[in-house]
Design a protein around this ligand. Sequence first.
Ligand code: OAD
Length: 244
Amino acid sequence: MAHAAAYDDFASLDVSGKRVFVLTGAGVSAESGIRTFRDAGGLWGDYRVEEVASPEGWAADAALVWRFYSERRAKAGTVHPNAAHLALAQFEEALGDRLFLATQNVDPLHERAGSRRVVHMHGELMKSRCERDHAPPFEDSGLYMDAASIPRCSCGARIRPHICWFGEMPFEMDSIGRALSNCDVFVTIGSSGAVYPAAGFVQRARSVGAKTIYIGPEQPDNADAFDECRLGKAGDAVPALFRT
Ligand code: OAD
């Protein structure tokens, strides 16, 4: 059972010489003004997941899907990294390739904070790709608000958001698996622990003997798998997390 307490009841962890795996979720971007999915007022309160985040939703109404992601692109243009993103970029600076940062977030805030090696397992908001995978994903800040504006690939298929939808395989699972098998410390920041496979990473890290820590204002669904739940906001708790 996790030891849960306010984040400042825990000491900074000495990670010198250790391999650290950090998984971030929507909560790491909450203090930047990006809505989470499942909190009160979250995105899934306004939209039906299956309509905007599934291959079936895309087949039924691609314009609705693009409106949803276009609104999020427009929002992403107005937000800035917070203290948690900045601290993670500094940890990368100090730890080098001993830090593996995987995010479920599709926003670009880790990169804007200076993180250089971010694994976006659920895709990237500011990229698009051919729905038939005829060409690789490309940078795209376009806003497509109706069916007529949806661009086409040179092969004739529609361009879709570069997002992992429900029912699709998250990206970079091989490199994630290797990093989980090799980590000494595993930290999840701001994720409700409701969506797999990400919610199962902590078990994998535990099975190789890693110390497991959760950071967020409330305990996640998978709290039992963590050694410690440090209860607090990411912007307060993450900067104090490690001694490098
Ligand atoms: P959720 O919306 O499910 O959970 C957000 C978590 O962030 C909650 O546990 C909150 O307690 C926590 N939180 C809120 N404010 C915070 C703060 N200031 N600091 C730290 N934590 C805070 O989001 P995710 O778990 O990331 O997938 O959702 C996982 C996936 O489900 C998403 O990537 C998305 C969604 O459906 C796809 O779209 C494929």
